[in-house]
Design a protein around this ligand. Structure first.
Ligand SMILES: Cc1cc2nc3c(=O)[nH]c(=O)nc-3n(C[C@H](O)[C@H](O)[C@H](O)COP(=O)(O)OP(=O)(O)OC[C@H]3O[C@@H](n4cnc5c(N)ncnc54)[C@H](O)[C@@H]3O)c2cc1C
Ligand SMILES: C[S@@+](CC[C@H](N)C(=O)[O-])C[C@H]1O[C@@H](n2cnc3c(N)ncnc32)[C@H](O)[C@@H]1O
Length: 659
């Protein structure tokens, strides 16, 4: 597989499949089979499952919410998903305790169509229910990272890209590896010494590598990475197989990124989330699902208030014209949101959004996207009128009722309304203490971890100079609607679903508060309706039209932030002088560059006009960071949403002190 094939197009290639007479899929490019039909499943169980000692090692996991109750597996080559379906079956049968987690991260450069995987896996009826679950969540073809939320505490990250850059752009440590490329002779890119060096870098102490090959260069490359390599009896017709075990001693940590940190696991038993908007609700549910005791505190009177209480909102992608870390971030977030809302049984409806180009810049961008689309034709179409390109069609995007979704997410969680947080401190250095006022009385809450998801409220609680937030007020109009679900956008948007229609919205500077509803804003929204859905105007105006206003919290670079809250003073002390003078950064403790954080403090916000898209994805990122699991986006994309980025940029702009 040549690297150019990946780079020339934004959509990753599909495999070129050939079905053998025995029903086994064969890849024509690498001229090799995905598995053998006579013993493929048994080989998986022997080489990967028994070879990595999975069941015995799972039984040694300790119950509770701790790092040792999570087991992480990396896989090279997702292929038909056979290994994953069989792994789910094994995990279901041997999950050591109800809180135990299995995190799998699988790399694939040529994702198979779901119909092909279904045909391939149909030869194993004993895996039927596991196959069915996997197929129902099958990833979308797109470069980047997607997280499939399986059940029984098992989740699967699929990374789609050429193997070497994909490994270099992910941060996690595996307890076991399944090396399952095609044979080294036919698929050398999957077994190169660079790839094996990455396997070593992504291995936890005592990590075991399972593989069917004994090829000398693979053995030598793993040994060079620090693995203890030995030969074991092989499976079936193979005389030998290799075993590679990573040493027990922890490796010295190499710090290399002043923005990110994924090594200190917080594994909190208790979490306080400040804010019950869409961000707080997604956050609370994600920690609750991990078994944490979650409390949500909000100063509002109830769920029907604020930006996250608009009658309907649109979840549609923002697509960039080229394949950049930002473009992948936006796609990862969009696909995560769509997958998330699909699994909610309330408050979300698939709609096709006709998005019309609204400026010369957008016309140019849409033309680039048409020439080299980042999403497949089932998700992205082109709007044309008499051959003229008008914009893009976002197929299967979503109309969302934020109040219904939030109610559902918060239904099993302790939410305390009318409770305004005034400060956050530390108890004995370990726990966090939150001070709040309710009905004029002061209350204190303690937890292992606090997430500030307070919309514009983040500015007072954590921001200051370090997290610059700007208020952007907005008004929209809404009315009853009985037509088919639909959405259109061109700067403004109109969306109709579930008996309601919403159109707007205005976008104006605000002091951080929701603006008063105004006639001028209504006139602007009416104009938008004229442009986007003129055929509906008369009917809508014959009923009652109401206005809603709220404030969006936006950042200067229009991207949100999610992660640990920076220790701003430490950034200034360690990196300030070098950033101001443009010198290379000085390593900390002689070890490298690391992010400097306030213990147990996270923030997620700056969601701007796309909070419904960002929130589910950012919640996954924070939970992965807190538990030390693989993060569902590339490291270069994640840097773009690191909370410390604003402060580092600000330090760069400060003038050097004169002596
Ligand atoms: C007119 C308009 C239309 C929009 N349309 C869309 C759309 O179609 N699609 C889309 O994706 N996005 C849309 N947005 C943006 C979206 O609504 C926001 O991005 C999103 O609601 C932000 O969610 P949040 O949870 O971060 O903040 P919020 O919803 O503002 O929630 C923050 C919560 O924190 C609480 N809080 C604040 N300070 C404190 C404190 N000190 N103590 C306790 N609690 C506190 C608040 O009471 C609030 O409940 C729109 C926004 C507007 C204004
Ligand atoms: C033997 S198959 C994997 C079988 C799979 N584990 C299963 O359970 O069906 C090898 C996989 O590696 C993928 N692959 C091969 N070369 C690659 C490369 N350079 N980058 C990324 N993926 C690659 C192939 O597309 C193929 O899906």
């Amino acid at each position: 597989m040549s690297e150019n094939m990946f780079k020339s197009k934004r959509l990753p290639p599909r495999p070129e499949l050939y079905w053998q007479e025995d029903g086994v899929p064969r890849d024509q490019i690498n001229d090799d089979v995905y598995f053998s039909v006579s013993n493929g499943l048994e080989e998986t169980r022997e080489v990967f499952f028994r070879g990595c000692g999975l069941v015995d090692r799972w039984q040694a996991m300790r119950a509770g919410i701790s790092a040792s109750n999570t087991f992480t597996i990396g896989e090279l080559g997702f292929g038909t998903g056979l290994n994953i379906a069989a792994l789910r079956q094994l995990w279901r049968e041997h999950r050591p305790n109800p809180q135990a987690r299995l995190e799998v991260i699988s790399f694939e450069g040529r994702l198979m169509r779901v119909e092909d995987a279904k045909t391939a896996l149909s030869v194993w009826p004993e895996l039927a229910s596991d196959v069915q679950t996997l197929l129902s969540l099958w990833p979308v073809r797109a470069k980047g990272v997607q997280r499939l939320c399986l059940d029984f505490g098992m989740s699967l990250l699929i990374v789609q890209d050429e193997i070497e850059p994909a490994l270099k752009n992910t941060a996690f440590k595996a307890d076991a590896w399944f090396l399952d490329g095609f044979s080294p002779a036919k698929n050398p890119e999957m077994w190169s010494s660079e790839v094996m060096a990455q396997i070593a870098l992504h291995s936890a102490p005592e990590c075991v590598v399972g593989t069917y090959t004994v090829a000398g260069h693979v053995r030598r490359a793993l040994a060079a990475g620090g693995f203890e390599v030995s030969k074991q009896p092989g499976f079936g017709t193979k005389r030998e197989r290799m075993q590679a075990i990573y040493p027990t001693l922890p490796k010295p940590e190499i710090y290399c990124d002043p923005l990110l940190l994924n090594t200190e696991r917080a594994c909190p038993a208790s979490v306080i989330v400040i804010g019950a908007g869409i961000m707080g609700a997604c956050m609370a549910q994600a920690f609750h699902e991990r078994g944490c005791d979650v409390t949500v505190l909000d100063k509002g009177e109830g769920i029907e208030e604020g930006a996250s209480a608009n009658p309907l909102g649109l979840v549609a992608p923002r697509l960039d014209g080229a394949d950049t870390p930002q473009a992948r971030l936006l796609i990862d977030a969009y696909l995560a949101a769509i997958a998330f809302y699909k699994t909610q049984n309330i408050g979300a409806w698939p709609v096709d959004t006709a998005h019309f180009s609204s400026s010369n810049e957008e016309i140019g961008r849409h033309a680039k996207i048409k020439d080299d689309p980042p999403l497949d034709t089932d998700l992205l179409g082109v709007l044309e009128d008499e051959g003229r390109q008008m914009g893009l069609n976002y197929l299967s995007s979503m109309a969302v009722s934020p109040v219904d979704v939030r109610s559902q997410l918060l239904k099993d969680i302790n939410v305390v309304w009318n409770t305004k947080i005034t400060s956050i401190g530390a108890v004995d250095g370990a726990q966090r203490c939150v001070t709040a006022i309710r009905d004029g009385q002061v209350f204190e809450y303690e937890a292992d971890l606090v997430v500030i998801a307070a919309g514009m409220g983040i500015a007072d609680l954590a921001g200051g100079e370090g997290l610059p937030l700007r208020g952007r007020g907005g008004q929209l109009e809404y009315a009853q609607y009985d037509g088919p679900d639909f959405a259109r956008s061109k700067g403004h948007y109109v969306v109709g679903a579930n008996g309601k229609i919403v159109f707007g919205a205005t976008y104006q500077d605000s002091d951080g508060k929701a603006p008063e509803a105004s006639d001028a804003a209504r006139a602007e929204n009416m104009l938008a309706l004229d442009v986007l859905a003129p055929e509906l105007k008369e009917k809508i105006l014959s009923g009652k039209v109401q206005s809603a206003t709220a404030v969006r919290a936006a950042t200067p670079d229009q991207l949100p932030f999610a992660g640990r809250l920076p220790e701003f003073a430490a950034y200034r002390a360690h990196y300030g002088e070098d950033l101001r003078t443009g010198r290379a950064l000085k390593p900390i403790d002689g070890q490298g560059f690391k992010a400097l954080y306030q213990r147990g403090m996270y923030a997620a916000g700056g969601l701007g006009s796309r909070g419904l898209t960002w929130a589910p994805f950012l919640a996954q990122i924070i939970v992965a960071d807190a538990f030390g699991g693989p993060v569902p986006t590339g490291a270069d994309s994640r840097e773009l949403i690191a909370p410390a980025r604003f402060f580092m940029r600000q330090l760069k702009r400060e003038k050097p002190k004169k002596d």
